[in-house]
Design a protein around this ligand. Structure first.
Ligand SMILES: Cc1ncc(COP(=O)(O)O)c(C=O)c1O
Length: 390
């Protein structure tokens, strides 16, 4: 029998990746709590948004929508202005795409030449590293530091030391997944000053901008002086409208940088015209829906962080934002992988080991609070029973 290595057929960067780890899913057990990924499965988009997709198809929005619907781009710019950023020329500066993942791929495709360095904070959202490596970039990690209240913060001095002549970009995620940290204006100003002094780009992933629980407002780094043409903002409708499967998002960048990003040949990132029209409806009429999500996520985040913090061997700060909690489980004596595996085997609660987000996550778990409160009460009871039995 001839054994052939598929890896030899592949682009070398891809061949070096491990195949995707199978996440535990609801199909593993109907009685399970799957708090693994950020998709709130019980929430349906409002009927008036769904109807607008159908209406747009009837109205003929069924043709190529290559460069993005200008009305949609204008609606996005108007929405984004509520955070204090002015987009002078939305048709040029807003690049419609199929969500945050596409936006991350597009951004780094526009920036990375083989061997270029990209700074990521540690911990960081787990999808960034593969994209950078796939494109031939080198990842440089700058650890976030934990403050007295248990929140992870960027260390501008450490960041400065990681910069080299090969630094091409830094990825900033605010509000942050997995730590739930909201970057302050001063922290973002510190990062922007480094980008200007050392001539690199900030890729600013802002997809959780609506779900902030602390008193710090969301601040767009692109609005700082001279940052427009060295910032790429990644936006997505996936979380704001619980619209993960519809695949709608965009990039926002400066008038000189954006036209180059638009040239990246990824037509698979296009968004069907009817969904772009529905995006306008969501932006203009979806405030009440987003508000109901805000109240729900805030409630479950407060409840679960308190419950976890009271458990033996676990400490958990209320995150500043997002519907993720990030408990420290080092007091249980288990590693993050042991905790996650044993919790699943014994209690059918699926949580993500912190080290999947980087070395600094090795004492942590990340829980996506994507179930309604009634179900999360049971999930917390099970986690408590698990840690009490250790
Ligand atoms: C920080 C961050 N960026 C990007 C994405 C990808 O978003 P999308 O579903 O729009 O591709 C996610 C998804 O969880 C995320 O957490």
């Amino acid at each position: 029998m001839i054994t052939m290595s598929v890896k030899k057929l592949l682009k070398s960067e891809l061949a070096n990746f491990e195949p995707r780890r199978r996440r535990m899913s609801t199909s593993d057990s109907s009685n399970a709590h799957v708090l693994w990924g950020g998709d709130t499965l019980d929430v349906k988009i409002p009927k008036y948004i769904a109807d607008s997709v159908y209406q747009a198809i009837i109205d003929g929005y069924t043709h190529y929508a290559m460069t993005g619907d200008p009305d949609f781009k204008n609606a996005i710019a108007k929405y984004y202005s509520k955070f204090g950023a002015t987009i002078e020329d939305p048709v040029k500066q807003v690049i419609v795409n199929s969500g945050g993942s596409t936006g991350i791929f597009q951004s780094f495709s526009a920036l990375i030449n083989s061997g270029d360095e990209v700074i990521l904070f540690d911990p960081t959202y787990s999808a960034y590293p593969n994209v950078i490596q796939f494109l031939g970039g080198k990842i440089i990690k700058s650890p976030l530091t934990e403050d007295k209240s248990g929140h992870f913060r960027p260390d501008i001095e450490d960041l400065k030391e990681r910069i080299t002549p090969k630094t091409k970009a830094i990825l900033v995620c605010t509000p942050d997944n997995p730590t739930g940290c909201v970057y302050t204006k001063e922290e973002l100003k510190g990062i922007a000053d480094l980008a200007k002094d050392h001539d690199f780009v900030v890729v600013s992933d802002e997809i959780y901008q609506e779900f902030i629980w602390c008193d710090k407002p969301h601040f767009p780094i692109i609005s700082l002086p001279d940052m427009e043409d060295r910032t790429i903002v990644v936006m997505s409708f996936s979380k704001t409208y619980v619209w993960t499967g519809c695949r709608v998002g965009c990039l926002i960048s400066g008038p000189s940088l954006a036209p180059y990003i638009s040239k990246i040949p990824i037509s698979l990132g296009l968004v069907p015209g009817a969904f772009q029209r529905a995006g306008i409806v969501a932006l203009e009429q979806g405030g009440g829906f987003v508000n109901s999500l805000y109240n729900r996520y805030r409630g479950v985040t407060e409840y679960c962080s308190e419950r976890l913090d009271d458990m033996s061997g676990v400490s958990c700060a209320m995150p500043e934002a997002t519907f993720y909690v990030w408990p420290d489980i080092s007091g249980t004596g288990l590693s993050d992988n042991e905790f996650s595996t044993q919790l699943w085997e014994q209690q059918q609660v699926s949580v993500r080991p912190g080290s999947l987000f980087g070395e600094k996550g090795k004492d942590r778990e990340r829980l996506a609070l994507v179930e309604p409160l009634e179900r999360l009460v049971d999930a917390m009871d099970r986690i408590e029973a698990f840690v009490n039995n250790l």
